[in-house]
Design a binder for this molecule. Structure first.
Ligand code: NDP
Length: 350
């Protein structure tokens, strides 16, 4: 492939730019006007608190409904409509082939600067971009699914991959309020990495398994399917359980954990439940989930394992940064927590 061809691939079509603009406009309007629980975020250094309208699930359902009505939801139009993301897929040959495109306008948007909680017309941009990225991932997956149905190659592996990812994404929106107490919202500044990560990286790299399955046939035995489902289930229980325990604890430190009074250090840190097993058990759950998205692809190639490997590196790095932040913020309380719970992510290993 020569450089000219590569550069050509990087230029989005006007149609895809228009679809992306429509998608963002829709998200901005839906995020502002649709009803949703107003959740207070973490206390900011100046003592104030931002409030987040958690209407992501409703925004998603309304969008799917609108697309369904507008495009009559047949397979080809689904494929084309969800070209989505100018960032993403430009449909050629009436939607028969999807090629990745990266828009320069997104990459150039580093002008957002490095602010902790930038707002635009009353919308928290970090919250907005994560939402757009998660929806983008779902829509790209649906496009891939539509393509496999269209080609007559729909397989057990594709169904498992699609099912696990769809459950994970829908679960994200059902529990969107938990996002308000996560690192990205409370500690990460909005810069190039967060914008690029949410809008480009999430939808495209998280869907590699689906793209890969379009061209590769995988035979899974019953034991492999059962092991895959168990990995997803255990991962989900740990991931959702840990994040929920922390969220509930932040709202009410006296709330019971696993039916018993919570063990609390210095009135601020939870040291029971998942948070008494490892200091970031939620990362362990997420890693198991990431693995479960790749297992449907078998083990013949490392390509579909890009996401869990990437996530492992990201979360080890994230855990180190969070550890440093918490050590500085909580000082001797954190040191006590480390003594009580020595494992970072996986007990007896790390
Ligand atoms: P956490 O949700 O673990 O948030 C870390 C913060 O929680 C700390 O800074 C501290 O904040 C508070 N905290 C830490 N330990 C305790 C404790 N024992 N008791 C009370 N509060 C505590 O981290 P993330 O935001 O990184 O992750 C949230 C979820 O998102 C995870 O499940 C993760 O796997 C997932 N994730 C997924 C990614 C992906 O690409 N798939 C990328 C990144 C995250 P405070 O100052 O408020 O006390």
């Amino acid at each position: 492939m020569d450089l000219g061809h590569l550069l050509h691939l990087l230029i989005p079509s006007w149609k895809s730019v228009a679809i992306l603009a429509l998608f963002f406009t829709y998200l901005a309007i839906a995020g502002s006007i649709l009803p949703g629980k107003l959740v207070p975020g973490a206390t900011l250094p100046d003592g104030s608190r931002l409030h987040y309208r958690c209407n992501g699930l409703l925004s998603l359902l309304v969008l799917v409904g609108l697309l369904g009505v507008g495009a009559k939801m047949d397979i080809v139009s689904l494929n084309v409509t969800l070209v989505l993301y100018a960032v993403g897929c430009k449909s050629t040959n009436q939607g028969s082939s999807l090629k990745p495109h990266v828009t320069e306008n997104l990459l150039d948007d580093w002008w957002f600067g490095i602010q902790l909680n930038p707002q635009f017309m009353g919308i928290d941009l970090k919250f907005f971009f994560v939402r757009a990225g998660m929806m983008g991932w779902l829509f790209i997956n649906l496009s891939v699914l539509a393509r496999s149905v269209q080609d007559g190659t729909l397989s057990q592996s594709m169904i498992l991959y699609q099912l696990f990812c769809a459950l994970y994404i829908l679960d994200y929106f059902v529990h969107e309020e938990y996002m308000t107490s996560t690192w990205d919202i409370i500690a990460e500044k909005l810069g190039f990495m967060l914008v690029f990560g949410d809008l480009v990286w999430i939808p495209f790299t998280f869907s590699i398994q689906g793209w890969w399955l379009l061209s590769t046939k995988v035979e899974l035995g019953t034991a492999a399917v059962v092991a895959n489902c168990l990995t997803f289930l255990i991962g989900y229980l740990v991931f959702r359980g840990a994040n929920k325990q922390k969220h509930v604890f932040k709202k009410n430190p006296k709330a019971p954990i696993w039916g018993k009074p919570a063990r609390v250090i210095g009135g601020k840190l939870l040291a029971s439940g998942y948070w008494g097993i490892a200091r970031h058990c939620n990362y362990l759950g997420d890693l198991l989930l990431a693995l479960s998205f790749s297992l449907p692809c078998g083990i013949s190639s490392p390509v579909p394992y890009f996401y869990p490997i990437y996530l492992l590196i990201l979360l080890i790095w994230r855990e180190r940064r969070d550890e440093a932040r918490c050590a500085e913020k909580y000082r001797e309380i954190w040191a006590e927590y480390r003594r009580l719970v020595p494992w970072r992510i996986l007990p007896y290993v790390y």
